[in-house]
Design a protein around this ligand. Structure first.
Ligand SMILES: [Cu+2]
Length: 482
């Protein structure tokens, strides 16, 4: 469908066909079902180096949340995602549905089109002598919701639940509603439900981030409309919103129609305060700094040529093919300090786990890189490069996350436990199989090696208990792995 770039390290079948492998983003799954980038396969039967099966098994035993699935084949993810290999995947429960409807997915994506309606993906890169086709960020000039440009949606004058996903390749969304006094009541993040909702007039979503929100149309009369807007500059945060293509401001128009308003997604009860959210949370064991066994300081860097064109991106100063460094032990808690040394924002996604943002702290990257000061980042928050004390995460970055915005010149500290949200062991052995990935979710960057592998190391102390737990389960998937 699109030109491929042979200068990138990519899945390259000899006999043609499109290599692909699906990743369930946010899913707690065995690594052989995780869409490892080298586990691709084609319709002609060719496979990547870590392929084991084209059947992926999702056990769906995790907190209630909206996941999404997309292609993850090495070096061509951006093409497969732009071509349409993206969708939402919601894990719910009967108990949840006694309180709340499953909600309506709003999968937001930007694309470019040719006049004949075909998707326009650039076939010549910004550095054609170096990378034939690669562009550092694919921005569409048109925004789609669930595959439709500028849709409208008829609602009743009531409260609805929506699951919003930013499925754009590179565009950060800053969402708002164009009626004063209307809010997003955010009830969940990437990683599932919050203990209580918070109300926001604007909602920032990086590529891959999700927001579970209630929107209250009850103050509107029949025939009135509300537009879901975007004011996210490109790039965030330095871009000029007045340079945005005109068809990327407006996303979706809600029209109040008492006769024909959609009845799915409708929340029972008249007020957000009527809903008892705490009853929906799993018994959670909170993440604690006291439990941290390792702090990893990891750089987030783009490497430019003399004309400031980005040539290559790295995490922890390594590319995808370098030996695995991150080998956390199952069940233990770590802090990952993501040190963004350049001027671009990168949303970093870690497979397998949901984590929490501890804090963010800005520093002088120029002084740091010239060796004139120190960060002493491990547990740090001290060090002469820092410009200010560590700050709590922005409100929309609280709660459980699988993707976090790393701002330029900022250390973003996340706390991760390599277990389920409630502290239990996973229902499968995460140390088996080819392992997992962590990467930038600007998919163009991901394809230009801003991605690193990690593996989970078995926990010998817990091994006997976990072995009994996993073998006591009735499900057959454990046998299937074997
Ligand atoms: Cu990036």
């Amino acid at each position: 469908m699109f030109a491929v770039d042979d200068s990138l390290h990519r899945a390259s079948p000899i006999h043609g066909g499109v290599p692909m492998v699906v990743h369930l983003h946010g899913g707690e799954v065995h690594s052989s079902s995780d869409g490892h980038p080298d586990s691709w396969y084609t319709s002609k039967g060719e496979v990547g180096s870590t392929f084991s099966s084209q059947n992926h098994i999702y056990i769906n035993e995790q907190s209630l949340l909206a996941l999404w699935y997309h292609d993850h084949a090495i070096g061509i993810t951006r093409l497969n995602v732009a071509a349409g290999l993206t969708g939402m995947y919601i894990i719910t429960s009967q108990k949840e549905q006694e309180f709340l409807p499953v909600g309506l997915p709003l999968v937001i994506q930007d694309k470019r089109f040719f006049d004949n309606g075909e998707i326009n993906f650039p076939s010549v890169g910004i550095l054609p002598d170096y990378h034939e086709q690669w562009c550092p960020k694919y921005y569409g000039d048109t925004i789609l919701v669930n595959g439709v440009i500028w849709p409208f949606f008829k609602v009743l004058p009531r409260l609805y639940r929506f699951r919003i996903l930013n499925a754009c390749s590179a565009r950060f969304l800053v969402l708002s509603l164009d009626k004063p006094g209307m809010y997003f009541y955010q009830i969940g993040t990437d990683g599932g439900l919050l203990p209580q909702p918070w109300n926001l007039t604007s909602l920032t979503l990086a590529p891959a981030e999700r927001a579970d929100v209630l929107i209250d149309f009850s103050g509107l009369r029949n025939g009135m409309s509300v537009v879901l807007n975007n004011s996210g500059p490109t790039p965030l945060p330095s871009g000029d919103i007045y340079q945005m293509p005109p068809m990327t401001y407006d996303i979706l128009k809600f029209i109040v129609d008492e006769e024909e308003g959609y009845r799915e997604g409708l929340v029972e009860g008249d007020y957000v305060s009527d809903i008892d959210f705490s009853s929906l949370l799993m018994d959670e064991k909170p993440l604690s700094k006291e439990d941290v066994v390792a702090v990893r300081t990891l750089s987030v860097v783009e490497w430019d040529d003399a004309n400031h064109n980005p040539m290559i991106f790295t995490l922890d100063n390594h590319t995808w093919e370098d030996p695995i460094v991150q080998k956390p032990v199952e069940g233990t808690t770590e802090i990952w300090e993501l040190v963004n040394l350049r001027i671009n924002v990168h949303p970093i996604h870690i497979h397998l786990v949901q984590f929490q943002v501890l804090n963010q702290q800005s520093f002088s990257s120029l002084s740091y890189e010239s060796g004139n000061c120190s960060l002493q980042v491990a547990y740090g928050e001290n060090g002469s490069c820092f410009l200010e004390p560590a700050k709590d995460p922005y409100i929309y970055q609280r709660g459980w996350k699988d993707t976090v915005i790393t701002w330029p010149g900022v250390v973003t500290r996340v706390i991760i436990r390599f277990s389920q949200r409630n502290g239990s062991a996973f229902g499968f052995d995460p140390s088996e199989g080819p392992g997992y990935a962590w990467h930038c979710h600007i998919v163009d960057h991901e394809d230009n090696v801003m991605m690193r592998p990690f593996v989970v190391t078995p926990n010998n102390t817990l091994a006997a208990l976990v072995f009994l737990y996993r073998h006591s389960r009735k499900c057959t998937y454990h046998l299937l792995w074997k």
